[in-house]
Design a protein around this ligand. Sequence first.
Ligand SMILES: [Ca+2]
Ligand SMILES: [Ca+2]
Ligand SMILES: [Ca+2]
Ligand SMILES: [Ca+2]
Length: 341
Amino acid sequence: MDGTTIKTNSMIVRGNYTGLREGTYITEGATTTFTPSTPFMIGEQISVTLTTEVQSSAGTSLVSSYSWEFSIQSRSGTGVFDDRTAFGTGLYPQNIVTSDFDNDGNLDIAGSNDRENSASILMGVGDGSFEERVDYAAGSGSSGISASDLNGDGNPDLVITNRSDNTISILLGNGDGTFAVKADYPVGEDPTAAYAADFNGDGHIDIAVSAFESDSISVLLGSADGMFSTITDYLAGDGPGDITGTDLDGDGNIDLIVTNRWSNTISLFIGIGNGSFAAKFDYDTGSRPSSVIATDIDGDTISDLVIANSSGGEQPASEEVIVTLAAGSGTIAGQLTVEYQ
Ligand SMILES: [Ca+2]
Ligand SMILES: [Ca+2]
Ligand SMILES: [Ca+2]
Ligand SMILES: [Ca+2]
């Protein structure tokens, strides 16, 4: 590889707690070593994108961008938790996300408040406790929340889905724990969750939103300033609730996974790499799938899916978690069901 073509804007490194990262790049042969200027945080999810600016030593550009993710390993605990401590939020808190919003090395919490149309920010003290919340206005029916450095300034930002007014709110972080006034974008009906990553490998974060009432997902492509222009909708199953992403088929393009509450399925959308997605294909889940995460369960370096099924009062009840082992080709290798009470 031509090491002079591998730099901040061609090998883009982001952490979900610390945003866009700068550091040094040292290339020897086919190996590049990136050393961040400040360490990644324990448990942090790191995403890397190689853009087409990367060239071989013969001057040939990468044919298409390539992305992958990994996590910083955390130390093993005992699996036993201390007594709970309660911290106040707004009314009807829906979802939370953790990130380091003021770059002090302590994880902070952001939560969405359905009845107050707001997000609460609780700054981490570093000893497991949190300061009193500070609220920022979001849209009506604030529900899903995710943190990502949308404008690449190194400060984590927030995406909040607003179920009642069919929008998402973008709150750009100032890096000191405060946020700028929201900017809203229209999406499908009843947006419940958002997932942010770089879908087209241009170095700018994009957003996918599940829209429960319109049985669709909305994909918004981002630009350098954290603004979003193109919005494309894709048909999902019945009642798409949660959404996440990972590269399921190992082609370097982020793929999307959506839980469909009423059709008892997940939909997979394979990323083309240009910001668009192939038509979905579906896999059966348990009853009323409500949540999905992508993580490597069996340690084969291929992302698997963990799906919570809420049953929704159905009889017989089927409160269970389904672990879906991915085959690395975008297909499903097998499923394990873990019942819980
Ligand atoms: Ca912090
Ligand atoms: Ca930012
Ligand atoms: Ca992008
Ligand atoms: Ca892929």
